[in-house]
Write a protein that binds this ligand. Structure first.
Ligand code: F6R
Length: 240
């Protein structure tokens, strides 16, 4: 894993925007694996600005998001589909039919997961996967567990994650307890991985991901096995 030390969140966002722009210059029709949450908000803002300046073109880009809360409709402001529309999609020239997020309204877990894996396969895999990292080391919503999951699956969110995500909801009871997420296998098959980590509350997880034992108890540690991972982390996330 390659580590790039950044001063702060602003520098992470700037560098990530440069790398994504380079990826789309390199391959206009890239398939991007995208993440939600606080980590990529600055990056998406910079991509919107770059698009407005004519520096980046999304017309041939395809996107697959990592995860979606189970039970939330796309028009629910807390859904990850809504987040993506607000933060990126509706501001750039991406074709809506080229953007994929797991279907949170699909009640049948097997159907939801099978369909999503088929989408990723049909797109020919992921060229660049963007990731954040949870305080407990989760990636996507692959929570600490006794095994690594390969394909898309439904997870019960840990107390730790529910607590961390509570900031986006008015009340704790409103935070969904389940989500559909891409598996670690699909993430590892991405050709490139870019992980963003900012803030002191990520320091322990980042240290274990970079230097600890590879274990499903710290799902991000599996990234040590991938040959093309770049971690953009700020001083706080590196415990400095
Ligand atoms: C979001 C996702 C999660 C987040 C992680 C960090 O799509 O898959 O793994 O990346 O929970 O969240 P933030 O960035 O809010 O600290």
């Amino acid at each position: 894993m390659q580590l790039c030390r950044c001063r702060n969140y602003e520098e992470i966002s700037q560098r990530a925007a440069e790398l994504l722009t380079a990826q789309l210059t390199w391959k206009k029709d890239s398939t991007l694996g995208l993440a939600t949450g606080g980590s990529p908000v600055g990056l998406y803002r910079k991509l919107r600005e770059r698009f407005a300046e004519g520096l980046v073109d999304f017309s041939e880009v395809k996107t697959v998001n990592l995860d979606e809360y189970r039970g939330l409709a796309p028009e629910n402001p807390q859904s990850y589909r809504y987040f993506m529309e607000e933060n990126l999609f509706r501001h750039v020239n991406i074709h809506p039919e080229n953007t994929y997020v797991p279907n949170g309204l699909e009640k049948d877990t097997e159907t939801a997961c099978r369909n999503y894996d088929a989408v990723i396969q049909r797109l020919g895999g992921i060229d660049l996967q963007l990731l954040g990292i949870g305080r407990n080391g989760h990636i996507g919503f692959n929570e600490p567990s006794d095994h690594f999951s390969s394909g898309t699956h439904c997870v019960k969110l840990s107390e730790n994650t529910i607590e961390a995500n509570q900031r986006f909801f008015e009340r704790r009871e409103e935070v969904p307890t389940e989500a559909y997420t891409m598996g670690c296998g699909a993430i590892l098959r991405a050709r490139r991985i870019l992980l963003l980590a900012s803030g002191r509350d990520k320091a322990e997880a980042v240290h274990a991901m970079l230097y600890g034992t590879i274990t499903p108890q710290l799902p991000a540690s599996i990234l040590q096995l991938h040959e093309n991972v770049l971690v953009l982390a700020d001083e706080e996330a590196l415990g400095q």
